[in-house]
Design a protein around this ligand. Structure first.
Ligand code: PGA
Length: 271
């Protein structure tokens, strides 16, 4: 059974002075069983958030990491620096692809570093509007997934807890969203690529999240799809009320999945 994951991407918002209070409010507003909650603040707010959510069951992630473990890379953050601060990392977000020139090859190197460092990766993929209009969205996203995972074996991706976030670029921060059906179709395309890398195991095990203008009002459209396992939330993740609604809806899906899983187990068999 795949977990249901709600990850908050705070982007370049909050300071170390106010991040703790926001994280504590979100943690308190989202105490729901069965949902994996992750908050990804700016690097400088990681410590404040880590302290604020200690004991709350909320996990903490970084928004990026360098592919090298150390070196002459002015202004960069390496995986060992995140030890004790973050256990997740967002990789290849479209804003970094746009602003920092990150390619699939770069994301691939960062993914290798994350896996080697015990940081659970959320690899972001998504097409531009012109790709969707031209009918090549699935081809573009499939190529991104292939490029990001190139050369990696299913065993290490499984052990590292790979998560993929499908975020159509035209839906990020715009108030527009893909339809639940389009997101599910893309999730199927992503799982087809995962099956190339690691047969059925990887395709079944990797959570695929939807991201792009997710709110409490629209998250249900995605979570109702069996192939969508949660959301990567930007703007709405800075609002505790929105996060409360999003995680409450995610808990409904998590509970339903647990019931189906329990019912499919043989009555006398091992739990
Ligand atoms: P958004 O951002 O929810 O503000 O559209 C999502 C993301 O970029 O991860």
């Amino acid at each position: 059974m795949r977990p249901v994951v709600i990850a908050a991407n705070w982007k370049m918002h909050t300071t170390p002075a106010d991040a703790g209070e926001l994280a504590a409010s979100i943690a308190a507003a989202t105490r729901q069983p069965g949902v994996v909650r992750v908050i990804c603040p700016p690097f400088l707010s990681l410590e404040a958030v880590r302290r604020a959510v200690a004991g709350e069951g909320v996990e903490v992630g970084a928004q990026n990491v360098h592919h090298e473990a150390s070196g002459a890379y002015t202004g960069e953050i390496a995986a060992p620096m995140l030890a004790g601060l973050a256990t997740w990392v967002i990789l290849g977000h479209s804003e970094r692809r746009r602003d920092a020139g990150e390619t699939d090859a770069v994301v691939n190197r960062k993914l290798q570093r994350a896996l080697a460092s015990g940081l659970r990766p959320i690899v972001c993929v998504g097409e531009q509007l012109e790709d969707r209009d031209a009918g090549r969205a699935e081809a573009v996203v499939s190529a991104q997934v292939r490029g990001c995972l190139a050369g990696l074996d299913a065993e290490s991706l499984l052990a590292g807890g790979l998560v993929i976030a499908y975020e159509p670029v035209w839906a990020i921060g715009t108030g527009r969203t893909a339809s639940g059906a389009d997101a599910a179709a893309m999730s199927a395309a992503i799982r087809a690529v995962l099956a190339e890398v690691g047969a059925g195991t990887l395709a079944d095990a990797v959570p695929v999240l939807y991201g792009g203008s997710v709110t409490a009002a629209n998250v249900g459209e995605f979570l109702v799809e069996p192939s969508i396992d949660g959301a990567l939330v930007g703007g709405a993740s800075l609002k505790p009320d929105e996060m409360a609604g999003i995680v409450a809806r995610a808990a409904v899906t998590a509970t339903a999945r647990a019931v189906v899983e329990a019912a499919s187990r043989p009555a006398d068999g091992p739990a």
